[in-house]
Design a protein around this ligand. Structure first.
Ligand code: ZN
Length: 130
């Protein structure tokens, strides 16, 4: 458990922690607040991510994700819900460009075989291959 640095990039900070602590299998949760956000939406027809940038201060009402390996390195895959000053919630695939105001994380690590990501031919996403 820990807190993330003010004005750090949320996804990069979580990935750095996994690299520093050698975490390659696990789950994570984050609550807190962001200064702005960048979310991905996977366009299933075009097979590519569209990115949504929201230049607003928001609460992280929930973030859940997992940690596995891609090209031998830890990769964080997380989805996030954010609420604005009126309580409206938006969400999506957490992308770089989401900036921390204050955040607390919990990472739970697992023992066991590695999960590795590789290109899935049907979805064109980097899904688990093992
Ligand atoms: Zn995703």
């Amino acid at each position: 458990m820990g807190k993330l640095e003010h004005k750090s990039d949320l996804l990069e900070s979580l990935t750095n922690i996994c690299n520093e602590k050698n975490i390659h299998l696990g789950r994570l949760e984050v609550i807190g607040a962001v200064i702005k956000a960048r979310l991905g939406y996977y366009n299933q027809n075009e097979k590519e991510y569209n990115f949504i940038e929201i230049d607003k201060k928001m609460e992280i009402t929930s973030l859940i994700g997992n940690i596995s390996l891609k090209d031998g390195k830890p990769i964080v895959h997380a989805h996030i819900n954010l609420s604005d000053s009126t309580g409206n919630v938006i969400g999506g695939h957490l992308a770089t460009g989401t900036i921390v105001f204050a955040s607390e994380f919990v990472i739970q690590t697992f023992d066991g075989a590695n999960f590795s990501r590789g290109l899935d031919n049907i979805t064109k996403l980097p899904l688990w291959t093992e």
